[in-house]
Design a protein around this ligand. Structure first.
Ligand SMILES: Nc1ncnc2c1ncn2[C@@H]1O[C@H](COP(=O)(O)OP(=O)(O)OP(=O)(O)O)[C@@H](O)[C@H]1O
Ligand SMILES: O=P(O)(O)O[C@H]1[C@H](O)[C@@H](O)[C@H](OP(=O)(O)O)[C@@H](OP(=O)(O)O)[C@H]1O
Ligand SMILES: [Mg+2]
Ligand SMILES: [Mg+2]
Length: 547
């Protein structure tokens, strides 16, 4: 195969940019963020100026390779490096991995593969000779971008050459440290992102730039990050996002951060099902989240999205029911009724009074049975559809449970998402009418997990539904409910599920969720709404504190 063209800078030690195909500039780095419109069109909003200059980050090989495995036949990444690369991949920074040219190909190949996997560029750094250490491309970057060089190897000559061209050097975890005052020294790789974010924020030096520290489970972080939700390079409305690391000292991270964004239910260890949940009562959290809780007790004015007490009711399907019942005054003449399903809390399924209780709660079979605990623990989504009272014996749904009226809704569900002051909704296939499910369940309850094994309608059942005269959704009624929910819940981002009852056309809200994934909303709409919601929440909280 023809060796990739190598673009060499002028004589002397150069950075040979190994490229395949287009010239180094296009290939080496993923497209940098869109350049700001020309000065005359520049948005006066300082946050818009945040997109003034692309930010480029060059990672030296020493930062990523596991020093313990040095010289091993197969190179390995240092602990934490894989997470760092994954986060940088979605950071909207221009990133390149740099390694000495004379490095064994087993190692350089490994790094080049890591670069390719993460859509980074890579730079092969020939042995330093003479006094020119930067090649033309890096010099050009210095002129057009804010540039950062992160390494675990001290090279004073390279550092001073970089700094003379306005590069910021970050030295990570190097034993001897560096005398050079301009170099930012940090102890652990996990500190790199927040250090970088702090430097970027300082570089932009606009008071409107806000740093958001987020805490959620890795899979949820990845889902958001892949959509571009967490840029390290300021979003269009001036937000910078960094992961909060529970392995580092929290207070020092929060000194740099303006907002905490969290999904506390991802950090729940257990919930006491026998006590009514009222944060913090009934809930035990991970050590990391417990530290965030203590921090908020000490600094109640710190902006957190969202306050634990506001989220707490959404962990409890009984409290969700109480919230939804309050909405029922909404209905008005000539418009579909918006309501909660009839429901009843039970602490066991064998109560002799059960039949009587059901009648008092205006409940008849089929019933959908859900754990009272709505999320945060593994079995929060273990449910059952029960067609007759006999099927309650040995029912596997966690107790206490909520028995809910099952609404025949033609297997169509409307997932509404309130993101700041915007309301989105998506239509998804849902469970079919009860008669279609009963036939397949004999005299047994239909048990399922709503996240993993929801018994949604089959193609045939969907066709059957088509024939029905399904009442359509009245968006106005639901958007009014969304507005009321937002005011009463005090939440920045939440979701709720609406089904339209066949026959009556009642709009029934069957579920309420905190910080859902709103996967169905296109990124181009969801991300700006997500960022605006965060900034609005911050500004309204700050406004309240100042008054
Ligand atoms: N009362 C009801 N009548 C008819 N169908 C229902 C009812 N409640 C729930 N469903 C159906 O079951 C699905 C799961 O129920 P629900 O949304 O309450 O579970 P969840 O575990 O809270 O799900 P999520 O992941 O949305 O939080 C709903 O999406 C809907 O398809
Ligand atoms: O994982 P727990 O704490 O049990 O709570 C779930 C929520 O109840 C669901 O609403 C989430 O699904 P969506 O993000 O699609 O709404 C669901 O998100 P996930 O399916 O991405 O994990 C969970 O957050
Ligand atoms: Mg739901
Ligand atoms: Mg839910």
């Amino acid at each position: 195969t023809v060796p990739p063209p190598v673009c060499h800078a002028p004589a002397g030690p150069t950075l040979a940019l190994l490229t395949r195909g287009p010239t180094a500039q296009e290939l080496l780095l993923p497209p940098s963020p869109a350049p700001t419109p020309k000065a005359e069109q520049r948005d006066p909003n300082p946050a818009a100026m945040a997109t003034e200059r692309p930010v480029r980050l060059v990672l030296d090989a020493s930062l990523l390779l596991d020093p313990v495995g040095a010289g091993a036949p197969v190179p390995t990444l240092r602990p934490g490096a894989e997470a760092l690369l994954r986060r940088l991949r979605h950071s909207n920074l221009g990133v390149a991995i740099c390694h000495p040219e004379e490095m064994p190909t087993t190692v350089s190949g490994f790094l080049e593969m890591a670069a390719d996997l993460n859509s980074f560029g890579y730079i092969s750094l020939p042995a330093p000779t003479g006094n020119h250490l930067l090649n033309e491309l890096m010099l050009e970057w210095s002129r057009t971008s804010s540039c950062f060089y992160a390494t675990s190897t001290v090279d004073e000559d390279l550092f001073s050459e970089l700094q003379s061209h306005n590069w910021k050097v970050i030295a990570v975890d190097n034993e001897c440290g560096t005398k050079d005052s301009g170099v930012v020294n940090i102890g652990k790789l996990q500190e790199l992102l927040i250090t970088l974010a702090t430097l970027i924020k300082k570089e932009i030096a606009s008071s409107s730039i806000l740093m958001v520290g987020y805490a959620m489970k890795p899979s949820r972080e990845e889902d958001f990050a892949k959509r571009g939700a967490f840029p390290l390079y300021p979003s269009q409305n001036g937000l910078i996002f960094v992961p909060l690391s529970f392995e580092l000292h929290l207070a020092s991270q929060l000194q740099e951060v303006d907002i905490i964004l969290h999904k506390m239910t991802d950090e729940i260890i257990s919930i006491d099902p026998n006590c009514s949940i009222s944060f913090p009562r009934g809930i035990s959290f991970s050590a990391g989240m417990s530290e965030v809780i203590r921090f908020m007790e000490e600094y109640p004015d710190f902006c957190i999205i969202d306050p634990f007490k506001n989220i707490s009711p959404l962990l409890d399907r009984l409290q969700i029911q109480e919230i939804l019942v309050r909405l029922q005054e909404l209905g008005s003449e000539g418009r579909p009724k918006l309501r909660a399903p009839h429901s009843l809390k039970v602490i066991n399924f064998s109560g002799s009074e059960l039949q009587k209780q059901l009648a008092e709660a205006n409940l008849s079979f089929p019933l959908i049975v859900k754990p009272q605990v709505a999320c945060g623990v593994a079995d929060a989504h273990n449910m059952a559809l029960v067609f007759q009272i006999e099927e309650f014996s040995n029912l596997s749904v966690p107790l206490p449970a909520i028995l809910q009226e099952y609404i025949d809704h033609g297997s169509k569900i409307y997932k509404f998402y309130v993101i700041g002051d915007k309301v989105f909704h998506a239509v998804k296939t849902s469970m079919p009418n009860a008669n279609l499910l009963k036939s397949s369940s004999g005299d047994e309850p239909l048990t399922f997990n709503s996240l993993k094994t929801l018994p949604v309608a089959t193609k045939e059942q969907l066709l059957l539904n088509r024939a029905q005269d399904n009442k359509s959704l009245n968006i106005g009624v639901v958007e009014e409910a969304a507005k009321l929910l937002k005011e009463s819940l005090g939440l920045t981002i939440f979701g709720f599920d609406v089904v339209v009852q066949e026959g009556s056309g009642d709009h029934v809200i069957v579920d309420l969720n905190y910080l859902p994934s709103f996967k169905e909303v296109p990124d181009s709409e969801a991300m700006p709404a997500f960022w605006d919601a965060i900034r609005q929440s911050y500004e309204s909280k700050k406004g309240k504190v100042q008054t």
